[in-house]
Design a protein around this ligand. Structure first.
Ligand code: GLU
Length: 553
């Protein structure tokens, strides 16, 4: 037995397994050549940032486009970051946008898959087995420094003008004898386990990042903590063991981890593992004032994925928008493949932008209007009701009371070559449909353009006489046109434009009077259809009220 062996037994008397046991338990995955295994590995903070969803989407696509596996692991080694049931929010957030993992966590403490547990706090024995092995092989040692001693070290380094940290000559427990370690352990002094870093001062590490390209980074020389005093691993150590045993081939994550790459690669090497490939994603940015900044959890409500659920953005819209941020050729592909499902897009990690993509809600709304314009009326109704049931119950009740009417409203201007594009999210619907329902209709007898209030009243009185609920679109429009000349308007818009002084206005001005009278708005989908849905009695009563209002009665 060497001193290292003795130390390993002293530190981990209860660990009786060896790495071989776990290597056998978690064999290579049986996947086709070139298949990539990726993961999303958040802390259980309950909060899913849109940047997290973006990274998860990229990881999922990296796996799915290669016939690989995407899994969800929860990294709960840092109890300070944890909130009560912080896992559910993450699982629900991913699910709401269709970024469902192929394996991994399914609930706060449940998982599916052959490479679990996927919750780090349930893997303590695994980490300790590998930690013990590192001690045995001389790559790890116990450190008994107190917080005060580490503080003193930092002050000393500051005074000397050297980099702070536990490394080289400053690593005071690095090169002690077995007896010195044993004396402390036996006296019950708490210890952390540190890496005996093989990094050389001034050493460089070269990596080929899938997104950022070639990078050269200073090697790690710090004897980082692998296990804390309670035997729980640090994130660095845990993720390395996990990505190895879960056979992650590509680590896709935010680029705040770039500076950790040398430490991570070093850990993989000392453990005897093949390092994964890396793809570091630049953060999502936002224009603010004159400059750009990261989307912030504190300042920007749209940073939280829950915002998109609450606002009722369809998952396809959010995904489609995130894809425009991910791959610059996505929009061309969409133009050429207007109705193809997103899963057919040939996503390419190498086409990701190196600098942070700019998040733009107005653009998301445009994308979403397109997505919703392509949906069937029934789908729109179902999604709207699912949203309303949670976020606007009175509206839900209105829809539920007469779903045929709701469907008829939603069907206006849908289908065909040029569908209407006026709905960006389900929370637009209460306002979009408001004038169809007594409870939400708000009459508004504004002054119509180019029409005096007296003329408006007269036009409406005449219209009330000739209007018939059964008129088809053509007859309906002919009747509106017939109102023009008697009141000094022209049915011909071109004619008006050629000689605006010859008329009070054109047919558009006349029809707007009717539109305002019936809907309270100047802009709506096809008015003839709207009137049919409202029914003769309702139209009649709205016309009466408008006439009275314009007459000043
Ligand atoms: N648990 C880390 C986090 O909270 C994940 C980093 C990684 O993906 O390696 O962001």
């Amino acid at each position: 037995m060497t001193d290292y062996d003795r130390l390993a037994e002293l530190l981990f008397p209860d660990i009786d397994k060896t790495p071989e046991y776990y290597e056998e338990m978690y064999p290579e995955r049986d996947l086709p050549e070139g298949a990539r295994v990726t993961r999303f590995a958040p802390s259980p903070t309950g909060y899913l940032h849109i940047g997290g969803l973006f990274a998860a989407m990229v990881a999922k696509l990296t796996a799915s486009t290669t016939g690989g596996v995407f899994f969800l692991r929860i990294e709960d080694t840092d109890k300070k970051r944890e909130v009560e049931d912080g896992v559910t929010g993450i699982i629900d957030g991913l699910k709401a946008f269709g970024i469902e993992p192929d394996e991994g966590m399914t609930g706060p403490d449940t998982w599916e898959g052959d490479y679990g547990p996927y919750l780090q706090s349930a893997r303590k024995d695994i980490y300790q087995t590998y930690a013990k092995d590192l001690v045995r092989r001389g790559f790890a040692y116990p450190c008994f420094c107190t917080a005060e001693e580490l503080d003193e070290l930092r002050k000393k380094q500051e005074a000397e003008g050297v980099n702070p940290g536990y490394y080289g000559e400053y690593a005071m427990w690095r090169d002690r004898s077995y007896d010195e370690y044993a004396e402390k352990v036996q006296a019950g002094v708490p210890w952390v386990l540190r890496l005996r870093s093989p990094g050389k001062p001034d050493g460089k590490i070269k990596v080929q990042d899938m997104i950022k390209g070639k990078m050269e980074l200073p090697d790690n020389i710090t004897d980082i903590v692998l296990l804390k005093t309670d035997g729980i691993p640090t994130y660095h150590f845990a993720h390395c063991i996990d990505d190895h045993l879960m056979h992650t081939t590509h680590v896709v994550r935010g680029d705040e981890w770039v500076s950790s790459i040398p430490t991570h690669i070093q850990l993989f090497r000392v453990c005897g593992f093949k390092p994964p490939k890396y793809a570091h994603i630049a953060p999502i940015m936002k224009l603010d004032g004159g400059g750009k900044r990261k989307l912030s959890k504190r300042k920007d409500p749209e940073a939280a994925v829950s915002y998109y659920v609450e606002e009722g953005y369809p998952k396809e819209s959010v995904l489609e928008y995130l894809l425009t941020l991910a791959n610059s050729n996505f929009e061309d592909w969409r133009r050429a493949n207007k109705t193809a499902p997103l899963s057919e897009f040939p996503f390419n990690l190498k086409k990701m932008g190196v600098s942070g993509a700019l998040f733009d809600l107005a653009k998301l709304n445009d994308v979403s209007k397109n997505v919703i314009s392509r949906m069937e009326a029934l789908t729109v109704l179902k999604c709207t009701m699912a949203w309303a049931e949670v976020y606007d119950v009175p509206f839900f009740n209105r829809l539920a009371a007469d779903t045929d009417k709701a469907l008829a409203i939603i069907s206006i201007g849908r289908g065909g070559k040029k569908p209407r594009k006026d709905i960006a999210k389900w929370s637009d619907m209460p306002e979009y449909m408001a004038y169809f329902y007594d409870e939400s209709y708000e009459p508004n007898y504004a002054d119509p353009d180019n029409v005096t209030r007296a003329d408006a009243a007269a036009i409406l009185e005449k219209y009330r006489e000739i209007y018939d609920i059964n008129d088809d679109g053509q007859v309906w429009f002919d009747k509106v046109k017939s109102l023009c000349e008697p009141f000094g308007y022209t049915p011909n818009v071109k004619e008006y434009k050629n000689d605006p002084d010859a008329f009070k206005g054109h047919v558009g001005h006349v029809s707007t009077v009717i539109r305002i009278a019936v809907t309270g708005r100047t802009n709506t989908p096809d008015l003839c259809t709207i009137m049919k849905i409202l029914g003769a009695d309702e139209v009649e009563s709205r016309l009466n009220e408008a006439i009275a209002a314009y007459k000043g009665e």
